[in-house]
Every structure is written in C-alpha cells, then in structure tokens.
Design a protein around this ligand. Structure first.
Ligand SMILES: [Zn+2]
Length: 93
C-alpha cells in the first residue's frame, strides 16, 4: 500500500516537473489558494444571514422553533411571522 502511494507521489512530481513553468506555477497557486478561499468563505458564510426585522429594522430576528426553517420572531418589537423564511438565523447565534 505504501509503495503504491510512493509511486503515485513520484508520478505526480515527475508530471509536475515536465509541465511548462507557468502552468506548474498556476496549478501550485491554485492548489494553495483554493483551500484558503474555501476556509475563508466557510468562515464568513454565517455572517450573510439576514436577521433584520421588517417592522423595527433591528437585527433581532430569531426562529420561534429551533430547527424549523420557516417562521421568525423579533426579540426587539415582538414582530411575528410564521410564514417568513430567513436563511441562517440559527447559525448566526
Ligand atoms: Zn422588530
């Protein structure tokens, strides 16, 4: 098993060395940047949720029943809408 992976790694290195310099550099940059961007997007994603209340305008909306994706309640003014859908309210808290 270990020998197989060594052979695969050697083949990858050999292929990388044979590619033109620009293409190899581009692939290396992409290999470094893609996981970094993925982590960055995952970190920032919950912040995109919209908790703004349609009545009072404060960021105080929450879900009345945790885990149920439909329905919101405002902690600030008491606004309630069982039909309104807002993404990521659970994930923001
Ligand atoms: Zn409100």
């Amino acid at each position: 098993m270990g020998v197989t992976w060594l052979a695969v790694a050697a083949a990858v290195v050999a292929a990388a060395l044979r590619w033109p310099r620009a293409l190899g550099g581009m692939l290396c940059t992409a290999a470094v940047l893609v996981p970094f961007l993925y982590i960055l997007v995952c970190t920032l994603y919950p912040a995109w949720g919209d908790a703004k209340c349609p009545r009072c305008g404060k960021e105080a909306l929450r879900r009345p029943r945790r885990g149920n994706p439909v329905g919101v309640v405002c902690d600030s003014c008491g606004f309630e809408d069982p039909e309104l859908y807002r993404a990521y309210l659970d994930e923001m808290r």
